[in-house]
Design a protein around this ligand. Structure first.
Ligand code: NAP
Length: 266
């Protein structure tokens, strides 16, 4: 880490509740710590985030490596979504090239309850393949950009919940749209299943309390859930929550402060 005249600079790769919680808590560890959170820019009105926020892609791992150097980033915490595999791989490559320590914050998977009727599939295409055997009225809890995979299922009626109103027609023949931003509570999810006579749910194994209630509601109604497995995590240092990420940050900052003290005494 650089000389003592400058605060350390932490870059949080965000787009999750954990990233927002980290951005709020990290400065309490060291008042002179500069914290920047990076968002891809997928949502029109992102939730409020403490500290500096930058929005938009970096331009691949080379672009991110250039950003790390230009902004003199000392530490990176990748707190992106478990399915955001591309940015995580790019962060791993960029940090390795730039010699910047990186931590992956990966939230735990949802535990499977004995009464859950999950059909696990490798990817969204796999989910589309199994749907015809499971039911016609489908709640698709996937992102707007991922809906195209289900376009061929013209006999199905889909329900989609989006953060922002869709600017253009969705690529689904029969589709109802709900607007909402998590966290979602159990009563809300029960109501949705009832009102839309949902027969099957499609979910990504994202984990996290904010979107878990839909699984409880589906279990109560004994509905099948097509669960898309997570991509493998990037190798390297990894924790499963905000508290552990703050511990990592504290130990990195303490080690850097120790190094600086030694340099001054030499
Ligand atoms: P992705 O496929 O891993 O990344 C696609 C590209 O988007 C990356 O190559 C990068 O562009 C840019 N990008 C992604 N995350 C970024 C970030 N935090 N800051 C700056 N650029 C970023 O990502 P994704 O699955 O589309 O997810 C996009 C964002 O939404 C992530 O930040 C993620 O945390 C959040 N999110 C994703 C999901 C999901 O299910 N995938 C769910 C909830 C939230 P360049 O190559 O130009 O740098």
């Amino acid at each position: 880490m650089p000389g003592s005249e400058r605060a350390a600079h932490l870059l949080i790769l965000g787009g999750t509740a954990e990233a927002a919680a980290l951005a709020a808590a990290a400065p309490r560890l060291a008042p002179r710590l500069a914290v920047t959170t990076s968002l891809a820019g997928r949502t029109e009105h992102p939730a409020a985030i403490a500290g500096r926020v930058r929005i938009g892609g970096f331009g691949g791992s080379e672009g991110l490596a250039r950003y790390l150097a230009a902004e003199r980033v000392d530490l990176v915490i990748d707190a992106t979504h478990p399915f955001a595999a591309q940015i995580s791989a790019q962060a791993a490559a960029a940090c390795a090239a730039a010699g910047v320590p990186r931590l992956l914050l990966l939230r735990p998977e949802w535990p499977r309850h004995p009464l859950d009727r999950w059909i696990e599939v490798e990817d969204l295409a796999g989910a589309a393949r199994v749907l015809p055997q499971l039911g016609r009225r489908v709640w698709l809890t996937v992102g707007r950009r991922e809906l195209g995979v289900f376009a061929g299922l013209t006999q199905h009626r889909f329900l989609v919940r989006l953060v922002d109103p869709p600017g253009e027609p969705l690529p689904l023949a029969q589709c109802d749209v709900l607007l909402g931003r998590g966290p979602f509570n159990l009563e809300e999810e029960r109501r949705i299943l009832r009102r839309h006579a949902i027969e099957v749910l499609v979910a990504k194994a994202s984990g996290g309390a904010a979107t878990e209630a839909k699984l409880v509601a589906a279990r109560e109604r004994e509905l099948p859930v097509v669960m898309v497995r997570r991509p493998p995590p990037t190798p390297g240092e990894r924790v499963d929550g905000v508290a552990a990420a703050l511990d990592w940050l504290a130990s990195r900052l303490a080690a850097a402060a120790g190094n600086r003290k030694e340099e001054v005494m030499r």
